[in-house]
Design a protein around this ligand. Sequence first.
Ligand code: NAP
Length: 548
Amino acid sequence: MDVETKEKASGNGSSDTKKLDALVIGAGVAGLYQLHLLRKQGLNVRAYDSASDVGGTWYWNRYPGARFDSEAYIYQYLFDEDLYKDWSWSERFPGQPEIERWMQYITDRLDLRKDIQFSTKITEAHYNEDTNRWTVKTDQGETIDTQYLITCCGMLSAPLDKIFPGQDSFKGEIFHTGHWPHEPVDFAGKRVGVIGIGATGIQVIQTIASEAEQLKVFVRTPQYVLPMLNPKYSADDVKAYKARFKEFQEVLPNTFTGFEYDFEVAWEDLTPEERRERLENIYADGSLKLWLASFSEIFFDEEISEEVSEFVREKMRERLKHDPRLCDLLIPKDYGFGTHRVPLEMDYLEAYLRPNVEAVGVRDNPIEAVVPEGLKMADGTVHELDMIIMATGFDAGTGALTRIDIRGREGRSLTEDWGNAIRTTMGLQVHGYPNMFTTAVPLAPSAALCNMTTCLQQQAEWINDCILYMRDQDRTVIEPTAEMEDAWVAHHNETADATLISKTTGWYLGSNVPGKPRCVLSYTGGVGTYRQKCDEVAAGGYQGFAMR
Ligand code: NAP
């Protein structure tokens, strides 16, 4: 294996080229672990991140109210018991500042900082067929020559922050939640507009409703929501969850979504009264259980989906005091519960009952432009604002990579390829891009439908094992065959098409980005099943992945 050397770059000879065995893009949940694993097996590896510190999602999304909605004790690395037990969470669903501190704790405990370069954006990565290596460039003017390129960019890290004409003309402050400033933002005495009511918008709205003088929420597609129960943890609570470490190691990787709970009861085995009782009990848990562990039939059967959706609508109507206008704007009618990402919230619906909060429907009267005074609607109405918060989401799964100039064999461009059709082999590699490994990209559960830490650890471990295997076998190049990729894409599509998710809209399908090919981003066969399939490929000597 290479040792870190500095060579004159071929070509102009004017800059130094760093030589690596592996380059990891990103220092979030996946990147940190990938760096740790590859370094442990003796590779000369370095991670790069455009942020000034670790954290990925939890570095950028520091907007008011940002917090977990996976229980903290499962949003964890599970490869080291001491690492797990030496950190104590303060509550069931902690907020961003605590999560960011935890990621710094992980970084320092594993001594990762010395191999991470911050404030550095990867701008291009070109595969060189003569050397079978990648030439990578950064916005700092550096060139890196690496055998392996491993993308750990996160599935939600390309913010949709420039979507309205006239954004630069706004006289007030304008923020996207995914690029929230480090400095405190003051809402007092201000007229604030929030665009978007996804999981992010909801957390912002419920948090700032009592701070802003006036809050206008621009609502397009209504969203099912579930109330979060977020108790503070006592020393005994912490001791109790830590005692379950081995159980989590066993259970999480094998459930449908990488959470501790799973679908256990079939709809048809219960009477209507028993179903209702089960829904009520699970609803009272204040977690994502109603979505991820009530009845799997909600993803496949329209009638059952409608019954459970109606259960959730009823709860929402009660909380909105049956206000007909609010119910019409905020409660979904034309898609099923769970086919969009379900957010957990705390007093979010109640925020709309406050006198300083107004829901503005934009379904039939869309936002046309940002003007100096605020937001201008299609009918010419201008909502005057001092601050605009864009909770408008992300180009999920693909955006982080298509914003880099990535070129594989024969100069093919990933931006162009994925612009035509989103294809990967198990979300781990892409045909035509040898020695590039991917995490949190489409066609794997880590693109959306999972507890991210469970899925990203599995992918990082698979990649690490694969590289270890190649070294043992004296192989230097790996690429999935066209047949393998075709087979995986076909299996993915067949699995996805059987679900009701494929029949809706939103970022799960890429329909939130104009021109993006429509595709269910996440593998919907389940986290446990996906893991088994990945393990089988590895056990069979990486069948379907050509090595030389
Ligand atoms: P999102 O779910 O894609 O929501 C974007 C929102 O912006 C939608 O309500 C969308 O409306 C609206 N929007 C976009 N363009 C608009 C326009 N031109 N006019 C009006 N409305 C517009 O994005 P997100 O809320 O940032 O959430 C993305 C994902 O991040 C979540 O699904 C979740 O996986 C993750 N997340 C997790 C947590 C956590 O607790 N762990 C917290 C926040 C986010 P339409 O639906 O009509 O397009």
